[in-house]
Design a protein around this ligand. Sequence first.
Ligand SMILES: Nc1ncnc2c1ncn2[C@@H]1O[C@H](COP(=O)(O)OP(=O)(O)OP(=O)(O)O)[C@@H](O)[C@H]1O
Length: 459
Amino acid sequence: MTPFPDLTTPLGGLWHELHRAVTQTLAHNELAQGGLMIAALSALAVYARSLPTQLWTRLKNRYTLTLEVQGDDAAFPWLAAWLAAQPTGRHLRHLGVVTRFNEQMGGQNLTLGTDRDGDDVNVRLVPLSGQVLLRYRGHWLLARPSRQKREGQSGHTLGYAHSLTFRMLAGARGAVPELLREAYDFTAGRADGRVEIHIPYSDSWNLAERRAARPLDTLIYGGTLLDDLHTDLSGFFADREWYAGMGIPYRRGYLLHGPPGNGKSSLVAALAGAFGLNVCVLNLAAPDLSDDRLGSLLNNLPRRSLLLLEDIDAVFLGREPRAPTVKLSFNGLLNALDGVAAGEGRVTFMTTNDLAGLDPALIRPGRADRHLLIGNAGRAQIAGMLRRFWPAWSAQEADALAARLPEGQLSMARVQEYLLERRGDEAAVTRDWSQLAGPTPGPAAGPQGCPTRLKLLAG
Ligand SMILES: Nc1ncnc2c1ncn2[C@@H]1O[C@H](COP(=O)(O)OP(=O)(O)OP(=O)(O)O)[C@@H](O)[C@H]1O
């Protein structure tokens, strides 16, 4: 087949003319010859310059493998914390300071001091970007944390999307599962009795904090509330097959209601510790929580978690949002709680200080199967708390002191605060006792004396 078009056609004739003109020009015109030469050499130079990069990329793709984990994945905190704990992890030079609510970033924990309430003020030094070479089980790993700005529709910064990449020789593939297992054991898998608190991040959850589990017996409630709840929950976890056999959705919902500061949030965290579970805290009033996002979040709940919806009365008045900033619709919430997509095995705790303000649909059985009133402190509870603070006191001494206070008027948080203030001065507890029945001191205290910052998680 001839490389030229057919000369008998008009296009073939045109091509022939063009070819002849170019050949003649190149044969007789030195300027054209020089131009062509320069163009050819330039093209060669460009190709030669890109050759090492191409070669490197080819070699890299052929002989190395990459393990990448995105910041919103559950494995991210495991690997980030593991990396930060490696001796060479400290060689990363681009560090950021984040508060403890970003524990998922790994990094080095620093306690800067204690605040007015005696709580540690913690920050973390976390690697944001850079790369380090480290040796793992005889293999070289190039670890590279990085972050990318996330922008909203109007171009404003929403935050940063973090990711972590490990590059290694292809032969190290067998070490990947071990690496993941070790990172998991180092963090979430540590059987140290800690409870993980997760908060929403985009459509998924981020580990906000790992905290020591509070023993259940440090919480004192009236009657048999604690035992009943524990038994109910144990029964639920043991009954999966029974639910399946009965065709009943395998979910359990609890509504804890009562005045503030009597241990609703603390109870959820303590139960999580007792059952080896974690807590996912969701603020339904968050302005960026739409119906869709709530659905995704509930579908993506980390395994073995209790879902905690705090202060649900603060979101809707009846079925209407309490504030214009609330994006969630009442129906969206109902659907997420028990619609078709509602997660199997989910345990939800809702807390409220205002039962009367809630729409009955939100708390009907199926969404909230058990309603538990957690009221103000009874005398027996106050006596119980006195003996926790002062174990040497006899039951009669504690009962006698508690009997001087009105039944069900004070919050347990108020009693706790009073005792905390006098924990170094036993005599002051009895001496000032009448103050407890009086008005609550301090600007941060609510009507029942619940210090507002004693929530499971702020926000
Ligand atoms: N029943 C209780 N036994 C022991 N301590 C309690 C009890 N109730 C409350 N406290 C103490 O009071 C503090 C506040 O409790 P918590 O935040 O759990 O109350 P709450 O009912 O969830 O309050 P709110 O309705 O304001 O969220 C905690 O530090 C906890 O130690």
